[in-house]
Write a protein that binds this ligand. Sequence first.
Ligand code: KG4
Ligand code: ZN
Length: 337
Amino acid sequence: MNTSILAIESSCDETSAAVIRNGEVLSNFIANQKVHEQYGGVVPELASRAHQQNIIPVVEAALKKSGITKEELNAIAFTQSPGLIGSLLVGCCFAKSLALGLNVPLIAVHHMQAHVLANFIGSPKPVFPFLCLTVSGGHTQIVLVEDYLKMKVIGETLDDAAGEAFDKTAKILGLPYPGGPLIDKYAKEGDPRRFSFPEPRIPGLNFSFSGLKTAILYFVQDQTERDPDFIQNNMADICASVQHRIITILMNKLVKAAKETGIKEVCIAGGVSANSGLRKAIADYSRKYGWNYYIPEFQYCTDNAGMISMTAYYKYLAGEFADLTVSPSARSSMERD
Ligand code: KG4
Ligand code: ZN
């Protein structure tokens, strides 16, 4: 018998819907919200309103592309947390109504767990146990993954996330939000060793990016005082140097985690895993340390419902359903006690 699930992702500023059948993602439709660009960051209330406008056309587009009708769906899934509460509420209420109307089960999915499981869309697939470096706009984690639904965060950021370090650097350089992809673009033309930024000394497997952000700010202010055109004339080298430092901070902790756990299967996930420098670094380090590495396809790195649908599929097989009174935002097993 076929298992078909519709999944919705609405945790931040992307409205996305996907359909999965028997573990194969058939469609993954994403509507980006342009409204935030002029504010230099996501405005929560505007995000909720845009989700409300987008959700029906996005779901219809995902269903149409998949060739699956509403009546064929076996479950409806949604992102439960973490995320912006108003944004999560839109996806959660929509999913509840549809599940009620179709009389099928509801599945609540943890956003960070879904980023990890994006590595199971396509092949080759990672082998358990593996380590996942999950790097997004709100989180930076090293996750020990024992099974599809059994994961433990063994390291995380104490302050800013890696994605935030990219976005805040972009802001300092006068680039629009979200800055990560632009820094990536400029970095390709620059010299990563031209400017040196500090690596924080944080014990264990945890990360910190707020000191780096301050160092970049002071460096740019200082240089601009001497030469008002400093940013303009050195954009590629600044971006390459910052990106290089963020990547070495991430990779050094991953090396430490791999040594401590003895695990040689490694994945990356989350919005920052779209970064070309990080994608190259995981390949280079894997060669050096004898790891097998996995990277999600580009469209499954940044927020997308495909990864929600993949997690929902495994939750469906495990019989992990939510009831209709479930909260759009709840603490779950991915978070530390
Ligand atoms: O996973 P995601 O889409 O949303 C969250 O769950 O936060 O991650 C968004 C983050 C943003 O900080 C964005 O700048 C960053 O991912 N990002 C990138 C790239 N593409 C997206 N950072 C560096 N290089 C990229 N190519
Ligand atoms: Zn995300």
